[in-house]
Ligand binder design. Structure first.
Ligand SMILES: Nc1ncnc2c1ncn2[C@@H]1O[C@H](COP(=O)(O)OP(=O)(O)OP(=O)(O)O)[C@@H](O)[C@H]1O
Length: 953
C-alpha cells in the first residue's frame, strides 16, 4: 500500500511539474530544472535502474561496469535504461560546464581574421597588419609607430577554415543548450567575410559547418530536436526573404511584407519570413544554396563579387522534452554583413553608392547599439536599423555573440583596417565592461583550462556510454522483434524524461531527428491542455486528435511550422514593429495584416485541396497555387498524425525547391531562371554562388555535394547532370528556353538554312558561341532565334581553350538598360521605386559581363551580313526595305549613342509578301518585341506613329 502511495505521488508530482512547465514563464528555469532533477532521482519502480548520485559524480557506476555480464533480456533492458538516464545526467553536466566556460570567455567574443595576400597583390612597403600572437594583432601605422589590438583569437592568413570553425564550435554547442546566438562576419569590403561564412566547395565556411555540427550534436544528444531554416537579406535597409522568389513583373504576385515583431520579453520574430523545417544536413544546405542564389552582389572596384546587403541565416531549434534547456525554442543567426567601404575610395555611384551608404549606415547603427550596451545605457537604439532590430535578442546579454572581424593585409587599406579594429575593440569591451587586471585574467584562464578538461572527460564518458548502449541495443535487436530496437519499446514505459538514445540512433539512420511522437514520451512529459495553451505549443497527439490551439489565433502566415516562437496576440506586441518596404512593393495589393492572414488561411485550404487532389509530381494542374503553398502543405502535414507528418515532411524541402522551378505555377519569374552563373575558375571562389550544376537554368538545386571529406573540384562541375539526368557540359551556353511566342515570331523568318545547331534540353536552349579576342562574336550560323535568345537577355556562357567566361546579360524589361560602366545592368521594371531593389544581380550572377553596345553592334553586324547575303541571293532592293528604324533609348548613354543603335529591319527575303501591310506589320511587331525586351519604351521607338501609318498603307 505504501509503495502504491509512493508511486501515485511520484506520478502526481510529474503531472504537476508538467503543468507548471506550461506556466514556466512565471518560474525561473533554475527552479524547473531543480524540480526535474528531483523527479529524475526519485526511486522508480525498478530499483535496479537507480543511479546513486555518488556514481554519477565519479562517472562510474558499478552497474554500468558490469552491464555486459547480463544475459537475461530484461536485465539488459534495465541496464540500457540505466545508461540512458546516466547519459542524460552527463548531458546536464556538460551543459553546466560549457556554460561556465562560455561565461568566463564572455558573452560576446571577437575574433580577427587577416586575409591572405592574393597572387599579384602587394602588401605595400609597410606590411601593416601582423598577427603577433594568437590573441594580439600589431598594426604598423608608419615606420616608427605601431598599435596593438587584442582579441579573443587572431586567425593569421595561413589558418584554415577548419581551425576557424574549431573556435566557433562552443557557441554552436550552447545553441543546443537553448541559448540564442549570433555569429557575424564584419569587415571592409573584399576582406573575406563571405569566404569565412560561406566558404568554397573545397573548404566550406562557418554556415555549412554550423549546420552540420548542429545536426551532429542534436543526434548525439539524448533529445529530439526540431530544426528550421530561414534566410533573408537586408538590402538598402529592407528585409528580403531569400527563400522565396521576388516578383519581377507587375503581374507577379506581391509577396507579403516581412515585419519585425518584438514580444514583451524581448524575443524577436519576423512575420512572414519563410521558415522551413529541415530533417538533415543536406536539406538545410540545399535551402542555404537556394538562398545564396538570390543574394544581392555586384562588381565593385574593391571586389568583383561584392555583397551588397547583409545576408542573415536563421536556424531555429525547438526541443520540448528538455526542461533543462535555456529556452524551448531558440535560434542562431549567421550573418554575413555587407562590407564597410569608403565611397570615395570605391568610387561607387548610382545604385552601388546607395548600397554602400545603406550598409555603412546599418553598420553604424550596429556600432551604436553595441556602444549603448557597453555603457549599459538605459536606451539601446535598436530601432535605428533593421539589422539591429532583427538581432536584438541575439546581441549581448543572455545570448552568445561571436564577431569575426576581417581585415585586409594591404597598406592601402590601412585606414579601413584601423576603423575595423576600433569597431571590434568597442564590441569586445561589452563583455568585459572594463579591462581585467592580469591577475584576474590569469585566474580566468586557469578556471577555463580546468573547465575544458572537465568537459573533455564528460565527452569521453558520454562516448563510452553511447557505445555501450549501441552494443546492447544491437544485441537486443537480434533477440527481440527485428526492425524495432528495444529502446523504442523501452522509451514508452521508461520513466525518464529523456528520449532514449536508441530511438535517436534509429532516426539518425534516416537523417531524421525531428521531434519524436509525443506518444513516445513518458506521460508526465506530455503537455497538459493547459500548458499547451499557455506556451502556445502546437503538438500532436498520437491519437491524431485535433491539435491544441495556442493562445494566439493569428495564423503563422509564412511560417512553415508553428514551432518557432511562442505565439502572441497582436495586442501583446509592442510598438516595435516594422515593415519591409521592399517586400511590400509600395503597398500594391497591400492589405492590413489581418487581411493577409485571412487570405492566407484561405489559400492554405485551397492549396491543400489542390495538393490532395493532384498527385505530388503533377504540379501542372495546380494552377492556382500560391508561392507559399509548400509551406501551407507543411502546415497541413504538421496537423496530421505524427507518423504521417514524419513521412511527408521529409519531401517538403524537395517540394519547396522543386516549386522554384515552376514559374508558371507560381506566376513568378524565377530570377535565377533569367540569369545563370557559372563560376570562373581563378577569378572568384566557387562558394560565391551556385555552380552550373546547381542552377541548370531551371532553378533546381541539387543535393548538396560537398563535405569536408568529399570535395568537388572545379573540373567536376564541367559536366553535370540536369534534373532529368541528361548530361550538360557547361562549356555550352545555357540559356532558358525563350518565350514561345517570341521564338515563334522569329521563326516566321524563312532563313531555315541559318538555323544553328541550337538544341533544347528540357526547357533549356543550348547555344554555342565563339570567342574572338575580347569581344563576343556570334558566327554566321547563329540563328535568328538564337539572336532572339540574346535579345531576351538570357545568360550565356561560352568557353575557349584557356578560360571560361561568364557573360551575364540581365533580362532587360522596361526602363533603363544601360549603365555607365561597361557592365550590363538590369533594367528596373516600372515598379514603384521601393521595389527596385528586388531586381538586382543575384549572388551567382556575377562574372564577365558584356556591354550592351558590344552585343548590339555584334548582333547588328550579323544581321547586316545575313541581309547582305540575302540581298545577293535574292537581288532584293535592300535600300527600300532595310531602311533603319531609329531606336531611342531612355538611358543617358543610349541617347549619346543613339545614332549608332539603328537596328536594321529583319525581313523575310524568301517571302513573297515582302511588301505591303503584312510585311510592315511583321517588321513592326518584330522590332517591337526586340525593343521591348531590350527595355525600350514603345513610344520612344516611335512605334505609335509608324505603326498607325503602316496600318494605313
Ligand atoms: N582566408 C582566405 N583564404 C583564401 N581566400 C580568401 C580568404 N579571404 C578572402 N579570400 C578571397 O578574397 C576574395 C574576397 O573575399 P570575399 O568575397 O569573401 O570578401 P567580402 O569581405 O565578403 O567582400 P564584400 O564585403 O565585398 O562582399 C575572394 O576571392 C576570396 O576567395
Amino acid at each position: 500500500m505504501k509503495t502504491m502511495d509512493a508511486r501515485q505521488s511520484v506520478q502526481n508530482l510529474a503531472e504537476t511539474i508538467h503543468s507548471l512547465l506550461g506556466l514556466k514563464a512565471h518560474l525561473t528555469s533554475a527552479w524547473v530544472k531543480s524540480v526535474c532533477d528531483i523527479v529524475k532521482n526519485l526511486p522508480s519502480e525498478k530499483s535496479s535502474t537507480d543511479i546513486k548520485p555518488k556514481d554519477l559524480e565519479t562517472g562510474s557506476s558499478s552497474e554500468i561496469k558490469d552491464v555486459d555480464s547480463g544475459t537475461d533480456n530484461s536485465e539488459t533492458k534495465d541496464k540500457i535504461a540505466t545508461l540512458s538516464a546516466y547519459i542524460n545526467q552527463l548531458n546536464i553536466q556538460r551543459r553546466q560546464v560549457l556554460n561556465e566556460f562560455l561565461d568566463l570567455k564572455g558573452n560576446i567574443r571577437v575574433f580577427c581574421r587577416i586575409r591572405p595576400i592574393r597572387i599579384g597583390e602587394n602588401f605595400g612597403h609597410l606590411r601593416p597588419v601582423i598577427a603577433s600572437d594568437s590573441s594580439n594583432v600589431l598594426l604598423k601605422l608608419d615606420k616608427n609607430k605601431s598599435k596593438s589590438y587584442s582579441f579573443d583569437k587572431i586567425f593569421h592568413p595561413g589558418l584554415s577554415q577548419d581551425e576557424v570553425f574549431s573556435e566557433v564550435e562552443p557557441v554552436i554547442k550552447s545553441v543546443l543548450d537553448g541559448y540564442n546566438a549570433c555569429i557575424f562576419a564584419y569587415g571592409q569590403t573584399g576582406t573575406g567575410k563571405t569566404y569565412t561564412m560561406e566558404g568554397t566547395s573545397d573548404s566550406p565556411g562557418i554556415v555549412p559547418r554550423t549546420i552540420k555540427a548542429l545536426f551532429k550534436q542534436a543526434v548525439e544528444s539524448n533529445h529530439a530536436f526540431r530544426i528550421s531554416f530561414s534566410m533573408l537579406e537586408i538590402y538598402l535597409g529592407n528585409l528580403k526573404d531569400l527563400l522565396v522568389t521576388q516578383p519581377t513583373k507587375a503581374t507577379d504576385r506581391m509577396l507579403p511584407c516581412l515585419s519585425i515583431h518584438a514580444d514583451p520579453k524581448g524575443g524577436i520574430e519576423i512575420e512572414n519570413l519563410v521558415t522551413i523545417q529541415v530533417s538533415d544536413f543536406n536539406q538545410a544546405l540545399r535551402l542555404y544554396r537556394l538562398g545564396c542564389r538570390f543574394r544581392s552582389t555586384a562588381s565593385t572596384n574593391s571586389n568583383t563579387t561584392s555583397s551588397r546587403s547583409h545576408c542573415m541565416i536563421r536556424i531555429s531549434i525547438t526541443c520540448f522534452d528538455a526542461p533543462e534547456r535555456r529556452r524551448e525554442t531558440n535560434k542562431i543567426w549567421l550573418v554575413d554583413l555587407g562590407g564597410s567601404e569608403r565611397v570615395l575610395k570605391t568610387k561607387a555611384w548610382g545604385r552601388r553608392l546607395d548600397e554602400g551608404k545603406a550598409i555603412n549606415l546599418s553598420l553604424c547603427a550596429l556600432g551604436d547599439v553595441i556602444n549603448a550596451l557597453q555603457r549599459k545605457k538605459q536606451h539601446v537604439p535598436y530601432r535605428n536599423s533593421k539589422l539591429t532590430q532583427v538581432l536584438k535578442d541575439s546581441l549581448g546579454q543572455d545570448s552568445k555573440t561571436l564577431m569575426l572581424v576581417h581585415v585586409s593585409p594591404k597598406e592601402e587599406d590601412l585606414c579601413e583596417t584601423i576603423c575595423t579594429l576600433n569597431f571590434a575593440t568597442r564590441v569586445k569591451s561589452i563583455h568585459l565592461g572594463h579591462e581585467d587586471s592580469d591577475e584576474v585574467r590569469e585566474e580566468k584562464e586557469v578556471a577555463m583550462r580546468h573547465l575544458q578538461q572537465q568537459m573533455k572527460k564528460i565527452e569521453e564518458e558520454r562516448l563510452r556510454v553511447r557505445v555501450e548502449i549501441e552494443n546492447l541495443n544491437e544485441k537486443l535487436e537480434t533477440l527481440t522483434r527485428p526492425g524495432r530496437s528495444f529502446q523504442e519499446q523501452v522509451e514508452v514505459s521508461h520513466s525518464s524524461a529523456e528520449e532514449p538514445l536508441a530511438n535517436l540512433k534509429n532516426k539518425n539512420k534516416t537523417g531524421d531527428i525531428t521531434a519524436a511522437p509525443l506518444s513516445q514520451l513518458p506521460r508526465f512529459m506530455r503537455p497538459t491542455f493547459c500548458s499547451r495553451r499557455k506556451s502556445g505549443m502546437n503538438l500532436h497527439t498520437s491519437e491524431g486528435k485535433e491539435e491544441a490551439i495556442g493562445r494566439r489565433r493569428r495564423p503563422s502566415s509564412h511560417r512553415a511550422e508553428s514551432v518557432t516562437f511562442p505565439v502572441k496576440n497582436n495586442s501583446e506586441y509592442n510598438s516595435d514593429r516594422s515593415i519591409s518596404r521592399s517586400s511590400c512593393l509600395a503597398g500594391l495589393n497591400m492589405k492590413n495584416s489581418a487581411d493577409y492572414e485571412t487570405e492566407y488561411s484561405q489559400e492554405t485550404l485551397d492549396s491543400d485541396i489542390n495538393i490532395a487532389a493532384f498527385p505530388e509530381h503533377d504540379t501542372s494542374q495546380r494552377t492556382s497555387v500560391h508561392p507559399r503553398d509548400p509551406l501551407s502543405y507543411l502546415e497541413k502535414c504538421g496537423s496530421q498524425k505524427t507518423e504521417k507528418f514524419h513521412t511527408k515532411k521529409f519531401s517538403k524541402v524537395d517540394d519547396w525547391l522543386l516549386h522554384k522551378n515552376e514559374p508558371t505555377v507560381t506566376g513568378i519569374t524565377h530570377r535565377s531562371n533569367r540569369v545563370l552563373a557559372i563560376p570562373v575558375p581563378g577569378k572568384k571562389h566557387g562558394g560565391r554562388g551556385p555552380s552550373t550544376a546547381e542552377t541548370l537554368g531551371n532553378g533546381n538545386v541539387p543535393a548538396y555535394d560537398y563535405t569536408e571529406e568529399n570535395t568537388v573540384s572545379h573540373n567536376k562541375t564541367k559536366k553535370q547532370l540536369d534534373v532529368k539526368g541528361v548530361e550538360v557540359p557547361i562549356s555550352e551556353v545555357i540559356t532558358e528556353k525563350p518565350q514561345k511566342m517570341l521564338k515563334d515570331l522569329f521563326e516566321m523568318d524563312s532563313r531555315e538554312d541559318l538555323i544553328s545547331s541550337s538544341h533544347v534540353i528540357e526547357g533549356q536552349t543550348m547555344m554555342e558561341m565563339q570567342d574572338f579576342g575580347d569581344s563576343l562574336s556570334i558566327d554566321d550560323t547563329t540563328s535568328t532565334s538564337s539572336l532572339a535568345d540574346i535579345y531576351c537577355g538570357r545568360l550565356n556562357q561560352y568557353k575557349d581553350d584557356d578560360e571560361m567566361y561568364t557573360i551575364s546579360i540581365m533580362q532587360p524589361v522596361k526602363g533603363e538598360i544601360c549603365c555607365p560602366d561597361s557592365t550590363i545592368k538590369h533594367g528596373g521594371y516600372t515598379y514603384p521605386s521601393e521595389s527596385e531593389d528586388s531586381i538586382i544581380e543575384s549572388k551567382g550572377d556575377s562574372g564577365v559581363s558584356f556591354s550592351i553596345s558590344e552585343l548590339e553592334s555584334r548582333c547588328r553586324q550579323i544581321y547586316t551580313e545575313i541581309d547582305i547575303k540575302d540581298k545577293e541571293k535574292k537581288e532584293l532592293q535592300a535600300s527600300s526595305r532595310l531602311s533603319p528604324c531609329p531606336l531611342k533609348l531612355r538611358s543617358q548613354r543610349a541617347q549619346m549613342n543613339q545614332k549608332d543603335l539603328n537596328v536594321p529591319y529583319i525581313i523575310s527575303p524568301g517571302s513573297t509578301q515582302s511588301e505591303g501591310i503584312y510585311c510592315i506589320l511583321k517588321q513592326k511587331v518584330q522590332i517591337l518585341c526586340v525593343s521591348a525586351l531590350l527595355g525600350l519604351g514603345f513610344y520612344d521607338l516611335g512605334f505609335d506613329h509608324d505603326f498607325f501609318q503602316g496600318l494605313m498603307l
